[in-house]
Design a protein around this ligand. Structure first.
Ligand SMILES: Nc1nc2c(ncn2[C@@H]2O[C@H](COP(=O)(O)OP(=O)(O)OP(=O)(O)O)[C@@H](O)[C@H]2O)c(=O)[nH]1
Ligand SMILES: [Mg+2]
Length: 328
């Protein structure tokens, strides 16, 4: 699947993250000689950026080790070391794929889940838009029958994007909508079925069971489905995202994270915390409210953006990062 997005989206999306993590680290390390207290400051910066206490400690321990061995002395070298360590931590582990799963038989089914208001429906629209742009056909299933207006919200997106949608009745059984969606997707021979679900608190057992039912209905109708179960997390929610992710992971086996609202956070270190805690890759990032505001997550690119020298002394949000087209 190819996502082509304007470089503006990357600029907007990563600007605040970069300014917080990168600027913070650069401002304390730039032009300085490393010492023990500076290393402690680096640890505080990483924690403040939502990297997570354990990850921050491990990253800083490795820096301290290099420093004590006399291999890293200048602030600039420390920055390079931190960059390398972050890239290593974010590198996909064996068996993980950063591409959205596809199916050898049609349709590939993508189930989208998460707590209330994180950006699920918007993310469904973004994925639908990207799939359409790559020349494939999409069907949406509006399996959020809870929130008044949820079906209408997805219907508006469907109309704007020119994709078909299967709707259920308000207050109806969301698993029934998922089933109807699966039936229709098979009958119409579409490439990808995207199932939007209601927001649910991760600690509400009955709602989590209902999600399992939706998953099972899809699995029964289409062998191998859902091929992708994407958990949408709000990047601005910090460490709470980890608790959410754990609960959804144990209920329905998350295959990837869609990290929405990356444009709204100054603490993008949560990407590292999520990666560490779950062993599930962040696959896509949301960087705005329009269907085009989506990027495949690329670890190297992300870390480079975070440490981008262009940010030193800047608060304007201007970002000169690497290229704009990536494959996912
Ligand atoms: N800035 C920004 N806003 C976003 C992004 N993704 C979603 N939003 C906004 O977040 C709000 C909630 O988005 P929805 O897609 O309705 O969230 P949801 O998870 O479907 O919500 P529920 O179905 O009520 O649980 C909307 O105002 C979206 O425009 C993003 O990547 N960046
Ligand atoms: Mg929704």
């Amino acid at each position: 699947m190819i996502f082509k997005s304007a470089i503006d989206a990357v600029r907007r999306g990563l600007a605040r993250t970069a300014s917080a993590v990168g600027l913070g680290l650069r401002s304390i390390l730039h032009g300085r000689r490393l010492d023990e207290s500076l290393i402690n400051e680096v640890e505080s910066q990483l924690i403040a950026a939502d990297v997570g206490v354990i990850a921050a400690r491990e990253i800083v321990d490795s820096l301290r080790c290099e420093f004590r061995a006399g291999r890293v002395e200048r602030g600039e070298d420390a920055l390079e070391h931190l960059k390398r360590r972050m890239k290593e931590r974010l590198a996909p582990r064996a068996g993980m794929t950063l591409e959205l799963a596809t199916s050898s038989t049609k349709p590939a089914v993508v189930l989208v889940v998460g707590v209330n208001g994180v950006g699920k429906t918007t993310s469904v629209a973004k994925i639908a838009q990207s799939i359409r742009a790559s020349g494939k056909t999409v069907l949406l299933a509006a399996a959020d029958t809870y929130r008044a207006g949820a079906v209408a919200q997805l219907s508006v997106w469907a109309e704007r994007l020119g994709v078909d949608i299967i709707r259920g009745s308000a207050g109806g059984d969301p698993a029934a909508v998922a089933f109807d969606g699966a039936e229709a997707a098979v009958a119409r021979g579409v490439d990808v079925l995207l199932v939007d679900t209601a927001g649910r608190l991760h600690n509400e057992a009955s709602l989590m069971r209902q999600l399992v039912k939706i998953r099972d209905v899809l699995r029964k109708r289409i062998p191998g489905a859902p091929h992708e179960t994407l958990l949408v997390l709000d990047a601005t929610s910090g460490q709470n995202a980890i608790a959410q992710a754990r609960a959804f992971q144990s209920a329905v086996d998350i295959s990837g994270i869609f990290l929405a609202k990356m444009d709204g956070t100054a603490r993008g270190g949560v990407v590292i915390a999520i990666h560490d805690a779950l062993g599930v890759p962040v696959k896509l990032i949301g960087v705005g409210e329009t269907p085009q505001d989506v990027q495949p997550f690329d670890a190297d690119r992300f870390v480079d953006a975070v440490f981008s020298a262009q940010f030193v002394g800047e608060n304007s949000g201007q970002f000169s990062g690497p290229g704009s087209t990536i494959s996912a």
